[in-house]
Design a protein around this ligand. Structure first.
Ligand code: ADP
Ligand code: ZN
Ligand code: ZN
Length: 676
């Protein structure tokens, strides 16, 4: 019997492939790279992915173990998918197995294959529809048409920034560009990947896409899918049957054999960054994937990330612009600042904002109040002794959730009943400090008892389907005043909404995080962009955005009022260049966690001293801003370089040494960190 050596990736922290033997008995079909295999690993059985097949192994023959079984039912994962995962593993300094195995649906990895067979059979039996003819496509305006045609005509690797103001009809451009690409005769089996930042935006987009492409299989991929659904959708994409794949960031790692176009809506959005495990940027991986496959990539935004904007300005990305709103006669809302030094807020609302809400109520129009803080109040306090509701496990406050009679830590999710009296001095008159969405809602109930209010935040939408139900109610006009966090700020096309009130944006102006102002601008532009999306009814009654601030002179607000992202972005980029910050500098962050802060810092100090290559700046280890979470102390070490290859080479070497250290401190590395 001839034996082959299978090089297999397993989901373990060991950064290597594992060798297993496969004996050719002449009867069963031979293994292929990209296939899944069950293998013995330690005391258990594990599923692995065959990366390569060779004749020899460096492992002594008596140590080599045989493969237990092959997963032959599934079409093997293709080399270009494995190459994408290998790139992600190398770039983000993770073992390949930790990228490829979690990237495959759980049911495919499970030990029994019975259920898998049944799934697969059902899919194989299904009729395979492909009629790319779109339906119900509204006529595009000139700018949209130009953009859609340019995208469809792009050849080879073509990164394109679609820079369009809120409501300029970017979605329509994506769909019609996709239609043109799917209709090309050479693309009879083509696939299009559309990424969206918010899981709550997928139903709206999905409905849109299905209506436009009745003859094409459309699937979604996001973390809200049940395991069975995820399996079906993943396989439909993997077999090439699904032609349009809509998803959140994780969809960038889907297996797509015939991918011909990638679209990233709201490309600047921070949620494209995975914040745990493999901390990848879906946007950056999408750019890599488009280059690898030699296909166009559309990055859509009204406020592009500075990285993308910089590439567009230096000519590396092509820029297509939509300057006006798409709905005829709809114009951008007027943005006004409310000076909170003059117009003092009562219950979080200034007189100007209260009057504006009243006016919209009288006119039968909807208002949206934006406050990026859920709960009733961020902290409960005792005025007589100074006690405040600190979390005992975190360097954070316990947030007051009044209706549930609870204090809740948003970092470690610890909960307790609201104390009847101060735990230190016994004072029974404990006071909430500050305001969250629940408190604003309560205040609005008093002010406008006849208005129909709806709060949308992570608390109000915990149950599956409840977010969708809430958004549907807004679209149906069953809500007069919507109160929400960033969940409501993105993407939604509310047609009867004419007022946006921003309650408390100032804290981000003075953040230690250098990205805070870029984010604040994008967020305000986005939430403001929810107003006035339908045609204006009469003059003098335009939609408006009211921003309550103590710093009306701040240049960020001046640029915002002028809807002038160009000037703002140019200014920020200049500052970044002078200060030596991204995108002019590349960064990686080593994080350490331990019971004692000193242990975490000592580990980082040792890590910092390991290598001193030229061109790499190794900063001092420091405690993280949120130092303690769930009784774990956290510290970080930032390394920087003006050269990405130099940083990558350093990280590779550094990782080898760090892994060899076998420290008891838990650590992780993040490449291109967003929050530092
Ligand atoms: P964006 O994503 O740029 O903020 P959307 O794609 O949500 O904007 O479009 C805003 C609104 O304009 C939507 O209601 C959409 O149906 C409408 N729209 C888009 N293109 C056109 C068009 N050519 N004619 C009329 N309405 C359009
Ligand atoms: Zn007290
Ligand atoms: Zn806590």
């Amino acid at each position: 019997m001839k034996q082959r050596i299978l090089k297999i990736a397993l989901d373990t922290p060991l950064d290597q492939l594992f060798d297993y033997v496969w004996l050719d008995d002449g009867a069963s079909s031979p293994p292929r790279p990209g296939q899944l295999a069950m293998v013995p690993f330690g005391k258990r059985e594990a599923v692995g992915l065959i990366i390569a097949i060779e004749d020899t192994s460096d492992v002594p023959p008596d140590k080599l173990k045989p493969v237990l079984s092959l997963r032959a039912q599934l079409e093997p994962l293709r080399p270009d998918w494995i190459a994408l995962c290998s790139f992600a593993a190398d770039y983000y300094q993770r073992p390949l197995g930790e990228v490829v195995i979690p990237g495959i649906p759980k049911n495919l990895r499970a030990e029994t294959t019975v259920s898998l067979d049944r799934a697969l059979k059902r899919l194989a039996g299904k009729e395979h529809a492909h009629d790319p003819a779109p339906a119900n496509m509204p006529p595009l305006n000139a700018a949209q048409r130009e953009a859609a045609e340019a995208i469809a005509a792009a050849e080879g690797f073509a990164p394109i920034l679609l820079y369009g103001v809120t409501g300029s009809g970017k979605t329509e451009v994506y769909l019609q560009a996709a239609a043109r690409i799917l209709a090309k005769p050479e693309n009879h089996d083509a696939q299009v990947l559309i990424l969206t930042p918010e899981i709550n935006l997928t139903p709206q987009l999905e409905a849109n896409v299905r209506a436009r492409f009745p003859g094409v299989d459309v699937v979604t991929l996001h973390s809200g899918l049940a395991e069975g659904e995820r399996l079906q959708h993943w396989i439909a994409a993997h077999l090439g049957r699904a032609r349009i794949i809509l998803g959140t960031r994780l969809a960038v790692l889907a297996s797509l054999p015939a991918l011909k176009l990638i679209i990233i809506d709201e490309e600047h959005d921070p949620s494209y960054k995975q914040q745990e495990g493999l901390r990848y940027s879906a946007r950056d991986l999408a750019v890599w994937r488009a280059r690898q496959l030699d296909i166009p990539l559309v990055l859509g935004s009204a406020t592009p990330s500075l990285e993308t904007w910089h590439h567009a300005r230096t000519g590396r990305y092509r820029e297509l612009t939509l300057r006006e709103r798409a709905v005829p006669d709809a114009v951008l809302p007027a943005i006004r600042l409310v000076d909170m030094e003059r117009d003092k807020a009562d219950g979080g609302l200034t007189a100007s904002l209260r009057a504006a809400i009243k006016k919209r109520l009288d006119q039968g129009e909807q208002s949206l109040l934006f406050l990026n803080r859920r709960g009733y109040a961020p902290v409960l306090s005792c005025e007589s002794c100074g006690w405040i509701s600190n979390c005992v496990r975190c360097t954070a406050f316990m947030v007051l959730h009044k209706s549930e009679h609870r204090l809740r830590c948003h970092h470690c999710s610890m909960e307790q009943r609201i104390p009847r009296a101060c735990p230190t001095c016994g004072n029974v008159d404990l006071q909430p400090l500050g305001r969250g969405t629940q408190r604003i809602e309560e205040n609005l109930q008093h002010l406008f008892p006849e208005a129909r209010l709806l709060r949308i935040d992570a608390d109000s939408t915990r149950l599956k389907g409840s977010a969708q139900a809430a958004f549907d109610a807004v679209h149906r006009g069953e809500v007069d005043i919507l109160i929400g966090t960033q969940m409501v700020a993105k993407g939604h096309d509310f047609r009867n909404l004419t007022l946006v009130g921003v309650l408390n944006p100032d804290t981000a102006l003075f953040s230690h995080d250098y990205r805070a102002s870029e984010r604040l601008f994008a967020q305000l532009m986005q939430v403001g962009g929810r107003a006035g999306r339908a045609a204006r009814k009469e003059d003098g009654n335009a939609a408006e955005v009211l921003i309550q601030t103590r710093y009306p002179q701040h240049p960020l607000y001046a640029a915002l009022m002028a809807h002038d992202y160009d000037r703002f972005a140019a200014g920020l980029l200049e500052e970044r260049q002078q200060a030596g910050l991204p995108p002019y500098l590349y960064q990686a962050l080593l994080r350490a966690e331990a019971r004692e802060l000193d242990a975490a810092l000592a580990f980082l100090q040792e890590a910092a001293g390991m290598l001193q290559p030229p061109g790499i700046t190794i900063n001092d280890p420091i405690p993280m801003a949120l130092t303690r979470v769930a009784n774990v102390e956290r510290a970080q070490l930032l390394v920087e370089s003006p050269s990405r290859p130099a940083l990558q080479a350093y990280l590779r070497e550094w990782m080898l040494q760090l892994r060899a250290m076998k420290s008891r401190v838990k650590w992780s590395l993040e490449v291109d960190p967003m929050d530092i």
